[in-house]
Design a protein around this ligand. Sequence first.
Ligand SMILES: Cc1cc2nc3c(=O)[nH]c(=O)nc-3n(C[C@H](O)[C@H](O)[C@H](O)COP(=O)(O)OP(=O)(O)OC[C@H]3O[C@@H](n4cnc5c(N)ncnc54)[C@H](O)[C@@H]3O)c2cc1C
Length: 307
Amino acid sequence: MNASFLSLLASDPEIGILRGEPLFRHTTFRIGGKADVAVFPETPLAFARAVDACRRFSVPYRVIGKGSNVLFDDSGYAGAVLFTDKLIGISVDGNRITCGAGIPLKLLCHVARDNGLAGLAFAYGIPGTVGGAVYMNAGAFEGQMSDVFYEASYYDPESGEIRTVTKDGMHFGYRHSLFMENGGILLSATFLCEKGDPAEIDEEMMDHIRSRAEKQPLAEPSAGSVFRRPAGHFAGALIAEAGLSGRAIGGAKVSEKHAGFIVNTGSATAADVRGLIRVIQNEVMEKSGILLEPEIVIIDNPDRKGE
Ligand SMILES: Cc1cc2nc3c(=O)[nH]c(=O)nc-3n(C[C@H](O)[C@H](O)[C@H](O)COP(=O)(O)OP(=O)(O)OC[C@H]3O[C@@H](n4cnc5c(N)ncnc54)[C@H](O)[C@@H]3O)c2cc1C
């Protein structure tokens, strides 16, 4: 890795770096080889400087929140993986909550509840950050991030500017946002809630947690639902109907509790997961004629282009 690039990052007092950091430590799948460098900017401006440095030295980069929707390659990532862990400010102003990209959804939901602000309970139990959830337009229980999104501050790598975007500009769709189109990096977001009763909001959150515990294999590492929901169907049901519950390749297995999940039984590699995804796609296509498209973000190693 370029020595000038590394020393530029290392000399920045608001940027922490770890060289050769194993990525399995940073993903809920517990899969992934080493990143050349893991980067932890402490402020939005430091984040912008880190991305600028990547672009200036032509170093490939990826931004990661909690790593709960990604599959890194077994060979790792020959470049910089930038983490939002340190972007964790949060404040409440009337019905609005503004927070850093690295704030876990769980904390956001707690703050909303404690301030009597309704609208975010659907997100309770989604194990990601605000940045990843807005990027994915994450959703559950009939709600999605776009329902409560008000505006965001993001870094636009093309112009090198920090910009503001409101809901209309976010191009939200099913698991889709503007940042998938323009490479924008969410730095902070504001959510607009409605007044609510903390006890009722808490009740709703607890209902969701119970429902997840009942239906999802939460004790095993996974990245949640692997596939997007095909129109008019549920991916998990199609997979179960194709007789694939429990099907395994290496350490990757289709969960018997929820066939939409692939779980890591302990020693799964990214190659195992990719292989199982292909088997599922082929067999579901054969059985139902429906193509399942991955929802999880599969990140190739720029050096090796995956498998
Ligand atoms: C047990 C389990 C249950 C789940 N349930 C749900 C569910 O009900 N609904 C649902 O939608 N998802 C669910 N997920 C998937 C996942 O939790 C969500 O997609 C979550 O929003 C991802 O957030 P993250 O911070 O982990 O993002 P990551 O996995 O770190 O990243 C996901 C994508 O977002 C991008 N990204 C991350 N941060 C930023 C940023 N600041 N700016 C721009 N891009 C960024 C990354 O580059 C990557 O492309 C589940 C996952 C698990 C493990």
